[in-house]
Ligand binder design. Structure first.
Ligand code: OAD
Length: 231
């Protein structure tokens, strides 16, 4: 049986594909207020601003490609049972070839009803004022905003509980519940963290730190894991 790997990714894994992170210098939250563009109150106050923000993100995504880190994680599936748990709303893990992906914070290429959260549509274009779901309510980005529940965490917890190896890549680990997932890992699980700018590490037993960008850090780690696959 293949060993199980859970990979938790954040905006840092897509940085080298040209997508801005949130909290680095010139990150998205430096130029936009979370409460204006990523909260239910922002949506109630000024829908157009929210639609513009995500329309811009979606257009940018369509011009970006998966990088080596996304692609190598997909290649790991040849030897390991890999599940990606991502906070990212881009589709670069999908396009990189990974097959098991949990999107904790939603997906940019989907729109959903603002009345019924089960009504979700594939939506690669701008969402416009007046675009409606089949029940007649305005479509909104299918993104989990601040202050909203994160239902996919229920799928992610058992993956982490079960994993033999956990890999964390490019996340500031400040947004919950995603940031708390590592605490569900087995004590004996091998744990790796890849990030070029970490000043302090989470207090997790057996954590090994690769102080590097996602592309080169994942390349280094995948070589180690491929060598160790039968251990
Ligand atoms: P952040 O912007 O908070 O953190 C990005 C992390 O990526 C930082 O730790 C950086 O050091 C690291 N990083 C930067 N460049 C990198 C590179 N080339 N390779 C690897 N790592 C790199 O992004 P997240 O942790 O993903 O939620 O943010 C979590 C959530 O907060 C997001 O999903 C989003 C945001 O508000 C919503 O919008 C709901």
């Amino acid at each position: 049986m293949k060993k199980k790997i859970a990979v938790l990714t954040g905006a840092g894994i897509s940085a080298e594909s040209g997508i801005n992170t949130f909290r680095d210098s010139n990150g998205l939250w430096e130029n936009h207020r979370i409460e204006d563009v990523a909260s239910p109150t922002g949506w109630a106050r000024n829908r157009q601003l929210v639609l513009d923000f995500y329309n811009q993100r979606r257009r940018q995504l369509l011009n970006c490609q998966p990088n080596k880190a996304h692609i190598l994680l997909a290649e790991l599936e040849k030897e390991y049972d890999v599940t990606i748990i991502t906070q990212n709303v881009d589709d670069l893990h999908e396009r990189g070839g990974s097959t098991k992906i949990i999107h904790l914070h939603g997906e940019l290429l989907k729109a959903r009803s603002s009345l019924d959260e089960e009504l979700i549509y594939h939506w690669p274009n701008d969402i416009l004022e007046g675009d409606k779901c089949e029940k007649g309510s305005q479509l909104r980005p299918s993104i989990v905003w601040f202050g909203e529940a994160v239902p996919k965490i229920e799928d992610a917890i058992p993956v982490v509980l079960d994993a033999d190896i956990i890999i964390v890549i490019g996340t500031s680990l400040v947004v919950y519940p995603a940031a708390g997932l590592l605490h569900f890992s087995k004590y004996e699980a091998e744990k790796w963290l890849i990030d070029p700018n970490k000043t302090h590490l989470p207090a997790i037993p057996n954590l090994k730190f690769i102080n590097d960008k996602a592309t080169t850090g994942v390349d280094h780690l995948v070589k180690i894991l491929m060598n160790n696959r039968n251990n």
